[in-house]
Design a protein around this ligand. Structure first.
Ligand code: APR
Length: 228
């Protein structure tokens, strides 16, 4: 029998209990920076060194943290369901936990790409510096979707969401478009579970809100889905 499809939309909140700060916790500042300085094409043009340094710090921090109970619970869901994770996070904690189908809407911290050819993407686990060039001799940049840039995997994500039998949304403020608009692709009558200690969604049919942290809420939902 064909497995039912569960699409899990995750945001910064799922990684908070692993020790990675969310974006909107501290007055629009992200680890002490205005997000437009470090996460926009204008910021990159103005000060490449600052942007590279910012992502170098994020990359180093990522090597110090580990997946939490929420990431791990989602892996168990694969025993019974066809699970696709669509994450806004650039960390690799879903992959390290063991999830097998992960789509990164906003890019990946452990990859870089050429500023000459956006399809030239490389794995990168250490610092990225001015003078680190691609094979065409152009500066490499973080493989991150910055504010104002296209989200190349959006159509793939929207299609997955439209095919879902269940949706789980975890730890996102649902403020950043186009990612926040993915919920509009969910078909009628599909159950949606939303886990967030400070949930910012309007009530809608079939939406169950779990006002809990990810590590409290996600294992319980997974347990009940596995016992259906
Ligand atoms: N468990 C679950 N959710 C949590 C937890 C936790 N322990 N701690 C905080 N949260 C929730 C917050 O209540 C908030 O709703 O996580 C959400 C984090 O929201 P944001 O910081 O806005 O993160 P996110 O929605 O992922 O941001 C989207 O914005 O800056 C851009 O590109 C960046 O991908 C990012 C996008």
């Amino acid at each position: 029998m064909k497995k039912q499809k569960i699409i899990v939309l995750t945001g910064a909140g799922i990684s908070a209990e692993s020790g990675i700060k969310t974006f909107r916790d501290a007055d629009g500042l992200w680890e002490g920076h205005d997000v437009m300085e470090v996460a926009s094409p204008e910021g990159w043009r103005r000060n490449k060194e600052l942007v590279l340094d910012f992502y170098n710090q994020r990359r180093r921090q990522l090597l110090d943290v580990t997946p939490n109970e929420a990431h791990i619970a989602l892996v168990n869901l694969e025993k019974k369901y066809d699970v696709h994770i669509v994450t806004q996070n650039v960390d690799d904690l879903h992959e390290r936990a063991g999830s097998s189908q992960v789509l990164h809407l906003h890019g990946e911290l452990l990859k870089v790409r050429s500023t000459f050819d956006e399809d030239l993407i490389l794995d990168w686990k250490t610092d990225l510096n001015i003078g680190d060039f691609c094979e065409h001799n152009h500066q490499l940049r973080p493989h991150i979707v910055w504010f104002g840039e296209m989200v190349p995997l959006l159509d793939t994500a929207a299609f997955l969401v439209s095919q879902a039998d269940y949706i789980i949304i975890i730890g996102t403020s649902m403020q950043v478009y186009p990612a926040a608009g993915l919920i509009d692709y969910v078909q009628a009558n599909i159950p949606i579970h939303f886990v967030d200690p400070n949930p910012a969604v309007s009530p809608r049919d079939n939406l169950t809100i779990h006002k809990k942290t990810a590590t409290e809420g996600v294992p319980k939902i997974v347990h009940s889905l596995l016992s259906l």
